[in-house]
Design a protein around this ligand. Structure first.
Ligand SMILES: Nc1nc2c(c(=O)[nH]1)N[C@H]1C(S)=C(S)[C@@H](COP(=O)(O)OP(=O)(O)OC[C@H]3O[C@@H](n4cnc5c(N)ncnc54)[C@H](O)[C@@H]3O)O[C@H]1N2
Ligand code: MOO
Length: 397
């Protein structure tokens, strides 16, 4: 079987996976979720002209002063009367402009004696210090679009737009299985055994996107053990295995998935690390078989599992966005696989980490970036622009 190009594998991953149903949730519970519908403003913001500064409000063109202070407009306490030339109203930031007023003199440029205000240097009254009614958004405006992610600023916008709940996609349930006779969760181990790292790493990466992220195993390299673990995944929308995905005599994930009734979508992608990645489906459940080497498991979870979860949860843009950065040190040419180089972000440069072994966890833990070099790329010199994914905080998608 030949190696599938990365972009084709990513496209095929989402092809045929259906988004989960949507649900209405209170506003704050929508954090980190994806919008099921456009969000339309129920109110104008601001609802009326406001002052952007603390100072005095006066009529347009009434620039010279002096002015007599005839009242106050404070935030939450508007001035009820109206203004004439030669008059002003004490005003605070965010307070409604009195009827007729359309210029603000900031406090620092005003002199005040009793009820009389004079110019005290600097700029005079300015209309630019007025925040116009509905300048941010008007009732009926689409302020957020379906499929976009709700973070703290989007929550603030939805709240300001008059919403108290939002329709978002349901999050998928995830089960993660560590596979391998050598794996153990015990604290102290003989030389032929190692701590199982991938299951908890993937579980942790995915938890914010999942309604339930269960970890199963470690599971032994036997058909019965794997089938037993798959039986425990019950209602999971996504099952992730790690290890046993390659070509060795004990690499049983593929045959076990087939015995379990799953249909192989694809196996082996033209990426380094991560070549033995496999995708299978059983009903509405998608199974992602990650390679066992921890850096390979991380890279493939970043490029495939996180996007799959985002897609199921309703994201319109499920894949991580790359940024362009200058290389801090040269990179070698690539071959028949695209390469994802672990790298540090240092003084604005992408600095590749020398240790590239796909089992090396120190290099993975030190990385801020994955530099993505396509298949057949020439060697890249320091200073050259390269494409990279930010991987801290799960990347930017
Ligand atoms: N003859 C070939 N050998 C290998 C090939 C190949 O094409 N031909 N591919 C290599 C590549 S690339 C990778 S990546 C690995 C992946 O193999 P598997 O997915 O079958 O993984 P394992 O063999 O089970 O384990 C590989 C490595 O990772 C360790 N491991 C496994 N699971 C975990 C875990 N949950 N936590 C921590 N470490 C784990 C395992 O002990 C092995 O050291 O295959 C190459 N071989
Ligand atoms: O491609 Mo494997 O994922 O390097 O170690």
């Amino acid at each position: 079987m030949s190696l599938l190009p990365l972009d084709e594998a990513q496209r095929r991953l989402l092809e045929g996976t259906h988004r989960l149903p949507t649900e209405d949730v209170p506003l704050d519970a929508a954090h980190g979720r994806y919008l099921a519908n456009d969000v339309v403003a129920k109110r104008n913001q601001p609802a009326a002209d406001l002052s952007a500064m603390d100072g005095y409000a006066m009529l347009a063109g009434d620039d010279g002063g002096p002015w007599t202070v005839i009242g106050e407009s404070a935030a939450g306490h508007p001035f009820g009367g109206s203004l004439a030339r030669g008059q002003c109203v004490r005003i605070s930031t965010g307070a409604l402009l009195p009827t007729g007023a359309s210029a603000i003199l900031i406090q620092e440029n005003a002199g005040r004696k009793g009820d009389v205000v004079t110019l005290a240097g600097g700029d005079g009254p300015s209309a630019d210090l007025v925040r116009r009614r509905a300048f941010d958004f008007a009732q009926g405006d689409t302020v957020l679009v379906a499929g976009s992610r709700v973070d703290a600023p989007q929550l603030a916008l939805a709240r300001m737009a008059g919403h108290r709940s939002l329709a978002v996609g349901k999050r998928p349930a995830l089960a993660v299985i560590d596979c391998g006779d050598e794996l153990s969760d015990a604290a102290s181990l003989p030389d032929h055994r190692i701590p199982a790292t991938n299951g908890s790493m993937v579980q942790t990466m995915c938890a914010p996107l999942a309604r339930d992220a269960r970890r199963i195993g470690p599971v032994a390299d036997s058909m019965d053990a794997l089938l037993g673990a798959l039986a425990e995944t019950a209602d999971a929308d996504v099952i992730v295995t790690s290890g046993g995905a390659s070509v060795g005599d004990h690499d049983l994930v593929r045959p076990a998935l087939e015995r379990w009734g799953a249909e192989l979508g694809f196996w082996r992608v033209a990426i380094k690390p991560g070549k033995p990645l496999l995708i299978a489906r059983r009903g509405a459940t998608t199974l992602v078989g990650l390679p066992g080497n921890p850096a390979s498991a991380y890279v493939t979870a970043f490029l495939f599992v996180l996007p799959l979860l985002r897609h199921l949860a309703g994201a319109s843009d499920a894949f991580p966005r790359a940024v362009q950065l200058s290389l801090g040190e040269p990179l070698p040419e690539t071959g028949v696989r695209a390469e994802l180089f672990r790298a540090r972000l240092h003084n604005g440069y992408a600095v590749p980490i020398a240790q590239r072994d796909s089992s090396a966890l120190q290099a993975l833990a030190a990385a801020d970036l994955l530099i993505h070099r396509p298949v057949g790329a020439e060697a890249a010199a320091a200073g050259e622009l390269v494409s990279a994914y930010l991987i801290q905080n799960g990347g930017i998608a």
